[in-house]
Design a protein around this ligand. Structure first.
Ligand SMILES: Nc1ncnc2c1ncn2[C@@H]1O[C@H](COP(=O)(O)OP(=O)(O)OP(=O)(O)O)[C@@H](O)[C@H]1O
Ligand SMILES: [Mg+2]
Length: 249
């Protein structure tokens, strides 16, 4: 049986100024539980597309459905992880308070809040850092707090916009491995934006390659049936790498 579709996009276009389209005629369908990558060069409209799915910005035309409902505004079924953790975390709240923020808004009782934050703080590897403030954390740790906070809200869909872009190469590798583990443990649907082919291949079950803007669209979708955890020294991995690289040459 085919897995149910959670995101369904057809003929979706976006123009900010009526003179040209940033995105034109995007067609995309994403299954529940899928790890999908949006890959494309800087300025092609990846963040714009993700923000439309998140409900932060309005489409110009076309259809954009999440769980069969037209997206009109942000919703609890979608959680967003941004590139810059600094802009997303509250500096005056501790790690634990940041993670519990959405739960508090939802009026989740304190005992429950405590249970949930403890679980996700441990899941992202921040046990022992609960009472620190964001300024006392490294970039990678702040990104983990952001991830724990989004997961604590329990959205079905994680929308991640180059979340590891600002991290050093070693921390990025660790975070990539952790994200695959967390995705497997939580069965979330993930849409992950990157311009890094290697990152796309380490994480994605399918990779949608976007064309250069203006009027960007999804040029081609690659199926990546390689098992996790993946290794970039693998022969098959490199074959996919060359194929996708050729898109941008
Ligand atoms: N609010 C806005 N008003 C006007 N133009 C915008 C706005 N947001 C984005 N754009 C334009 O839309 C295009 C796509 O931008 P977007 O940020 O989606 O690209 P991107 O693929 O995420 O790039 P990057 O990899 O650099 O983050 C760019 O030409 C940008 O200038
Ligand atoms: Mg962007």
């Amino acid at each position: 049986m085919k897995a149910p579709e959670t995101i369904s996009i057809s003929g979706l276009s976006k123009s900010f100024n009526n003179s040209h389209y940033v995105l034109e005629n995007i067609n995309l369908s994403i299954q529940r539980g899928e790890f999908f990558i949006l890959l494309g060069p800087s300025g092609c409209g990846k963040s714009t597309l993700l923000s439309m799915i998140a409900g932060f910005i309005e489409k110009t035309s076309g259809d954009l459905l999440v769980d069969q409902e037209e997206v009109k505004k942000p919703g609890r079924n979608r959680g967003v992880v941004f590139q810059q953790a600094d802009a997303a975390l509250f500096p005056w709240l501790t790690v634990k308070e940041n993670v519990e923020f959405g739960l508090k808004m939802k009026k989740t009782p304190k005992d429950n809040r405590n249970k949930i934050s403890t679980y996700f703080i441990e899941l992202v590897g921040l046990k022992g850092h609960e009472n620190k403030f964001p300024r006392e954390l490294s970039g990678g740790m702040k990104q983990r707090v952001q991830l724990a906070r989004v997961l604590a809200n329990d959205p079905d869909i994680l929308l991640m916009d180059e979340p590891f872009g600002a991290l050093d190469a070693m921390t990025r590798r660790t975070m990539q491995t952790e994200l695959v583990r967390i995705w497997k443990e939580t069965n979330k649907t993930v849409i992950f934006v990157t311009h890094d082919i290697q990152e796309a291949l380490l994480l994605g079950q399918r990779i949608g390659v976007m064309s250069v803007g203006p009027s960007s669209k999804i040029d081609h979708i690659y199926d990546i049936p390689l098992a996790f955890p993946r290794s970039f020294t693998d022969k098959e991995f490199n074959r996919y790498y060359q194929n996708i690289q050729a898109h941008f040459d």
